[in-house]
Design a protein around this ligand. Structure first.
Ligand SMILES: [Zn+2]
Ligand SMILES: [Zn+2]
Length: 325
């Protein structure tokens, strides 16, 4: 049964993408054909030079937001989250074969083989039953991008949601008056090249999409700040409870503190300045997604506790896959 659902989800992937793009671009049209002309009057007689400058800046800002949404959505779809058969190691093209990868992992400190695809499984990797392969630093499978969210595309996924939520909020705030007007059926005046029912639909959709994505986005920022994936969160939560009941301190081995975690996630500092977060350009994540730096607090723990934590991390990789809809 689960296999049928996975197969159906995989086959429906492109349909989800088409629906998502159609809905987003319908809201874009509603903005430029209704909300924008309602709020800005370029040809008005009493518009000042400052007013015109404001309109130009509004156009540039909204175009930037729309471009960022589409760019990050495209990158989240097109960027492979990272798998064991990838030819990219340390960020460079390599002709490595499965055999090389096996050797590579054999040398790793805690080798583990995936029971489903029989390939070495590095720390934080997880098998996705929809994609039917292991994914590096797996977070979850998302049908809306017809892809897994993992090491190489998690950044694009988070930024896509961020721009979506901000744009939805902008549309809801500035589209409020035109929305009220479009609901007033008694008033036949509607001087816009966009159907009234569609305007109402776009507005309500923006509220719903903004709230749903806002919650998911906030959740992902929480995970980023605490250096966890969705899969790891549940395990860490469980381990934290056990540690607390035994009077011990739980240490997430990948947690370097909020600031450092967010810096690592967005790859800020070494090669890229902080403001590159606002650039709609491809920026790879830090590291190769196969091995992860561990915090000092972790190494200060007794060796047996360290071993247990690593074993728990490996065990969580075998849990059922995490998907969202
Ligand atoms: Zn696998
Ligand atoms: Zn997947």
């Amino acid at each position: 049964m689960a296999k049928i659902v996975d197969k159906a989800m995989w086959s429906a992937g492109p349909v989800f993408i088409v629906i998502a793009i159609a809905l987003v671009d319908m809201c874009v049209l509603a903005y430029y054909l209704v909300v924008f002309p309602y709020n800005h009057h370029w040809f008005s007689e009493d518009i000042t030079l400052l007013g015109k400058l404001g309109i130009i800046l509004t156009v540039l800002f909204t175009l930037y937001m729309i471009y960022c949404i589409h760019f990050h959505y495209y990158m989240a779809i097109k960027t492979h989250p990272g798998g064991m058969t990838d030819t990219v190691i340390h960020g460079t093209e390599d002709d490595s074969t499965q055999y090389t990868l096996l050797q590579y992992e054999e040398n790793a400190q805690y080798p583990k083989i995936c029971k489903k695809c029989h390939l070495p499984k590095p720390e934080r990797a997880h098998h996705c039953s929809v994609c039917n392969s292991c994914v590096l630093r797996f977070d979850h499978h998302c049908p809306w991008i017809h892809n897994c969210v993992g090491h190489y595309n998690h950044r694009y996924f988070v930024l896509f949601m961020t721009y979506m939520v901000l744009s939805a909020a902008y549309f809801v705030i500035f589209g409020w008056r035109p929305f009220i007007i479009c609901l007033d059926i008694a008033n036949p005046e509607w001087p816009y090249y966009f159907p009234r029912p569609l305007m109402a639909f776009a507005y309500i959709l923006s509220i719903c999409m903004g709230l749903a994505l806002g919650a998911l986005c906030a959740w992902h920022y929480y995970l980023v700040l605490t250096a966890q994936t969705t899969v790891e969160f549940y395990n860490n939560y469980y381990e934290k409870g056990i540690a607390k009941s035994q009077g011990e301190i739980f240490v997430n081995m990948y947690d370097f503190g909020y600031l450092e975690n967010i810096r690592k996630f967005f790859n800020i500092g070494e090669k890229y300045a902080w403001y590159t977060v606002f650039y709609p350009i491809p920026i790879p994540p830090q590291g190769n997604g196969r091995h992860f730096e561990k915090c000092q607090e972790f190494y200060l723990l007794p060796e047996t506790v360290q071993q247990d934590a690593i074993l728990a991390n490996q065990a969580v990789q075998d849990l059922e896959d995490v998907k969202d809809l």
